[in-house]
Every structure is written in structure tokens, then in C-alpha cells.
Design a protein. Structure first.
Length: 373
């Protein structure tokens, strides 16, 4: 079987990985020389703890299992089972964490409520003042800037994979074929479009009523910390963002403690993970109203810096990169991804939102199963 995959972000690359793993030939087409969008502009977090129950959690757990296996085969993925600590500062935030460990699915997430000293023992870099933390053992991390490249190198070694960068697919021609902007046709037994936040042009022609929106975020990366940040770290504003924490305790927190104005305006949470070079990737904001600004604004970075320094108990290392990114998010919260047949033999898979990096191995597996690969 010959599979044409369009889009070399993490979702497209994992579809190529799944197809090659099942013995198929893959032609992988990307409009840039290599992925430049959300797949390289994210935290690299394999985030299980905050996922909604049911299908979303099942997908995240399956992806976590698959991702660890892929990481063993492809060291350049940078997979590490580092877990996460969501730090709480007071009784209201602590109550949300307590409610989380009482969830029926808490054990599958690896939840455990830790006191401040226990959290510091697990992650000694957290020398600031806080009341405790929610530990999620199942969370992990990868290296987003190198992951797709490493996966493509492993795919190329299979002899079943061809990567064509710098080619934009312009048309779907008949059944199971596409034409790129070089005028070349690529025909297969199946075509899978994983075009990420690129929702105009061909995608709009094929699926004009797509239930997907674009979300913009701001992030930053520091110079090396000089010590190990042994876990990923979040603050309690993450409780307000992730669906796993919904409930009366979160409602009470929101009523009693509104976010600071900057955090509320930019729909912020703190997420922080250490990169392989020792630097910290820190974010993030959420912007939904289009058209998005073309520039980044400084207030969110100042807020994040103050939150991180309070947790670390030390000044933040110098910031060496700031960036914005845009990802695609399915507007139906009950769906992990939007998967749609747009022509005979042609499927569009998009809109995983912030679940693209953590859930892509399982989403690709689901596509392969649904299409009968």
C-alpha cells in the first residue's frame, strides 16, 4: 500500500510512522523545508494529567505508551518520563488538587498529593515558597525542535519513506492523488492531510464548514538553568485550563481568587519544562479572537517571569528566545481530533489543539485502524 501524507508536523509525521510501521510505502509532503509551526513551537510535554476523562484520557494514555516505545527506538525524540508537579500556594488551590486525587481515574494518571517538602525532594530546583503540589507520574516530555527531524531520519532508514520538503499541495486530483506546486502528481492508495493550523486554501475548498478554530500562544526559552529541573512544572492556573480539574472545588477557587489581570486577559497558565541543553521553555497564553496580532506583547512574559522566580526562589536565567505559535483546535470539546473523509480515499485529520504533541501517536494509530491499513 502507498500512503500520501501531507504535513510534516508531529501529527503528519506520526501518521507516516504508523503507516511505515505497518509495512506501507509513504510519500511525505511538506510545504516548508521542514516543520515550522506548532509542532516545533510547543513545550514538548506529553501531558496526561489534565486530560478530560473517557476518550481523551484513553487517547493520552495510549499515546504515552506508544511514545515511550518510539523514544526507545529513536533517541533523538528525547523522550523522558519526568512526570509533572502542579504547584499549589494556598487552601483553595490545595482543595482542587485534593479533589483530583479522589477521581476514579486518579491511579491511571499517576496522581499523588505532595507536601511542599516532598515536592522539593522530588524537584530540588523548586526552592520558593508554596504549600504543596499535585504530582502526575504519567506525564513526560520530548524535544520538539528535534523530534520530527529524528523521526524522519529513522523513517528514511526503513527504505519505505520519501520526504518531499518545500512543496505545497495545491489540488486533490480525482481519487487518492494530489498535485503539488512543482506540478508533480503523487498518487497512492490513501491520502491523509495533516495540515495543522493551515486551514485556508485547499483545506477550505475540501471542508468549508470545518469545526476547527485557530489558537495563538506566546512562549519563551531561557539560557541553561545550571541545575536539573527534574520534573515539568505547572502552576494552579493550569487547573482553570485543563478539563480534568473541573468541579465544585475549581468553581470555589475561581470565585474566591480571580486570576491577576494580566493572566486573565491573556488566558494564562504556567507550564515549564527543561530542554536537553538545560534551558527552560516557559509559557503560555491563549488568544482566540482573529485576526491575531503580528507581534508578541511583553506583559505576559513579565507575569511568567515573576511566577517562575517565586517557585525557583532565584532569578530566572536570561531569556534567549521569545515566540508566538498558532495551533488548530476542534471546537467540539468531546472530540480529541477532527477526522473527516473529504474525497474518496482522502482524509483530513486536524484540530487536536494542545493535544497534538502528547496524543499524536495514538491519533495516528486510530486513523490507521479506521482506514483499515
Amino acid at each position: 500500500m502507498r500512503v500520501i501524507v501531507v504535513g510534516a508536523g508531529v501529527l503528519g509525521t506520526m501518521h507516516a510512522w504508523e503507516a511505515v510501521g505497518r509495512g506501507h510505502e509513504v510519500v511525505h509532503i511538506e510545504r516548508e523545508a521542514e516543520a515550522r509551526g506548532a509542532s516545533v513551537r510547543n513545550f514538548g510535554l506529553v501531558w496526561v494529567g489534565g486530560r478530560a476523562g473517557g476518550a481523551e484520557l484513553d487517547t493520552a494514555l495510549r499515546a504515552r505508551e506508544l511514545g515511550e516505545g518510539i523514544g526507545e527506538r529513536v533517541p533523538g525524540l528525547g523522550f523522558r518520563p519526568n512526570g509533572s508537579l502542579t504547584v499549589v500556594r494556598d487552601a483553595a488551590e490545595h482543595a482542587v488538587a485534593e479533589a483530583a486525587v479522589r477521581r476514579p481515574d486518579a491511579a491511571s494518571r499517576g496522581y499523588k498529593l505532595l507536601g511542599a517538602d516532598e515536592a522539593r525532594a522530588l524537584n530540588p530546583a523548586l526552592r520558593g515558597e508554596f504549600a504543596g503540589a499535585l504530582w502526575c507520574e504519567r506525564d513526560a516530555a520530548v524535544e520538539p525542535r528535534t523530534a520530527q527531524r529524528a523521526l524522519r531520519e529513522a523513517l528514511a532508514a526503513s527504505g519505505q519513506y520519501t520526504f518531499l520538503g518545500g512543496r505545497e499541495v495545491r489540488d486533490v486530483v480525482g481519487e487518492r492523488a494530489v498535485r503539488d506546486d512543482h506540478g508533480d502528481f503523487h498518487e497512492g492508495d490513501a491520502v491523509v492531510l495533516c495540515t495543522g493550523a493551515w486551514l485556508g486554501g485547499l483545506v477550505r475548498e475540501l471542508a468549508p464548514d470545518l469545526p476547527v478554530r485557530r489558537v495563538r500562544l506566546q512562549m519563551m526559552q531561557t539560557t541553561p538553568l545550571g541545575e536539573s529541573l527534574t520534573t515539568s512544572v505547572a502552576d494552579a492556573d493550569s487547573f482553570r485550563y485543563y478539563p480534568a480539574y473541573a468541579g465544585p472545588e475549581l468553581d470555589a477557587l475561581a470565585a474566591a481568587q480571580p486570576q491577576p489581570p494580566v493572566a486573565a486577559e491573556h488566558r494564562m497558565q504556567l507550564l515549564m519544562v527543561q530542554r536537553a541543553d538545560g534551558g527552560l521553555t516557559i509559557g503560555d497564553t491563549h488568544e482566540y479572537a482573529t485576526p491575531f496580532g503580528f507581534d508578541v506583547v511583553e506583559d505576559p512574559y513579565e507575569h511568567l517571569t515573576s511566577v517562575v522566580e517565586a517557585l525557583l526562589g532565584r532569578p530566572l536565567p536570561a531569556v534567549r528566545r521569545r515566540w508566538a505559535g498558532v495551533y488548530a483546535q476542534c471546537t467540539d470539546p468531546s472530540r480529541v481530533v477532527h477526522r473527516q473523509q473529504v474525497r474518496e480515499g482522502v482524509w483530513l485529520v486536524t484540530g487536536p489543539g494542545g493535544r497534538g504533541m502528547p496524543c499524536s501517536p495514538a491519533l495516528a494509530e486510530d486513523t490507521a485502524n479506521e482506514l483499515g491499513w
